[in-house]
Design a protein around this ligand. Structure first.
Ligand code: PSU
Ligand code: MN
Length: 302
């Protein structure tokens, strides 16, 4: 059921640095053609940094680790693709569905394939209305139970960031700032939420990952990497847009797994594409840092 592309399999077996990528960002996170260009460019960033990219998604019920360019193109354009999180993988396999894998499903597939590092944009988390809606992303459960390393620009700013950090702490997930002592806020770098732990080099982080593995702590390490400074948006501006987006989602009665795609789309449209540009830049930046971490991990093994 899990099909690993031959070049990815070879890279894993010969201890080359591999970086996994998700595909919900392609199917539900960005409009066409920005989604396609971004997906291909992110792979290029990883290659140029000296690692092997493996974009993960589901095609006709098969979980593919290392999608081909044709498959990525298909996922960027096809209609009625599913947003597949961890709980959906079995149904997708049974019913031969196709779709993008979220952070939780991609973490699962990466771990099964033997890939240790996964780069994404922003993880899902505790929604701002979670006290009433109970909407807490299953990404947080996956982080609490799958021992890989996830590089992100924090949780999407549409979420309740302090609550998301609390939830991660409850789940025993180590959150490490990469060259920052604050939890990044996706569109802007500084959330004001201090992190207990931070590193300044990939080697330092690799050491922490190795200790986690030696201790057999079966939980993810979440690396918070701020968006590139020249691409970060102004907090006040973003927060105004988010308020409006949340209001609109409520008015249109958007619920469950449709909430995140709706909000991202609303923000992009109402910021003249600015939030999309930042989203693209930070995914690339995370892929780059993910490559450095994967390389540092492998350097110690050879
Ligand atoms: N980050 C982005 N764009 C996205 C997502 C994250 O920059 O589209 C996706 C991820 O796949 C994440 C999912 O796992 O949104 C979370 O959805 P939910 O809030 O419904 O759990
Ligand atoms: Mn949700």
């Amino acid at each position: 059921m899990l099909q690993i592309a031959p070049h990815v399999k070879e890279a894993i077996e010969t201890l080359k640095p591999v970086v996994a990528l998700e595909s919900t960002i392609i199917t539900h996170g960005m409009p066409y053609p920005a989604n396609l260009h971004t997906a291909l460019e992110v792979e290029q960033v990883i290659k140029e940094a000296g690692a092997v990219p493996a974009t993960i998604g589901v095609i006709n019920g098969i979980i593919k680790v290392g999608l081909s360019e044709e498959e990525i193109t298909y996922l960027s354009q096809a209609k009625d693709l599913h947003k597949i999180s961890l709980k959906d993988l079995s149904v997708a396999a049974a019913k031969k569905l196709s779709g993008g894998t979220t952070v939780s499903a991609t973490m699962f597939a990466s771990y099964k394939a033997g890939i240790q590092v996964f780069a994404t944009g922003g993880i899902g988390g505790v929604h701002r209305d979670a006290r009433e809606s109970f909407d807490v992303s299953t990404d947080l459960e996956a982080l609490g139970s799958i021992p890989i390393t996830v590089v992100c620009a924090g949780a999407k700013a549409i979420l309740d960031l302090p609550a998301t950090l609390e939830y991660l702490e409850t789940k025993g997930v180590l959150v490490v700032g990469y060259k920052t002592d604050e939890f990044p806020a996706f569109y802007y770098g500084r959330s004001g939420l201090k992190l207990e732990h931070s590193v300044t080099t990939p080697g330092e982080l690799a050491q922490v990952i190795r200790e986690r593995d030696a201790l057999e702590i079966n939980k993810a390490i979440l690396v918070g990497n701020p968006p590139p400074e020249n691409m970060a948006l102004e907090k006040e501006k973003v927060e105004k847009l988010i308020e409006a987006a949340l209001h609109e989602a409520k008015a249109q009665n958007i619920k469950g797994k449709d909430v995140t795609p709706f909000l991202l789309d609303y923000l992009a449209k109402n910021s003249q594409g600015e939030t999309l540009e930042t989203n693209i830049a930070l995914v690339k930046n995370n892929a780059y840092v993910g490559s450095l971490i994967a390389k540092a991990l492998m350097a110690a093994k050879i």
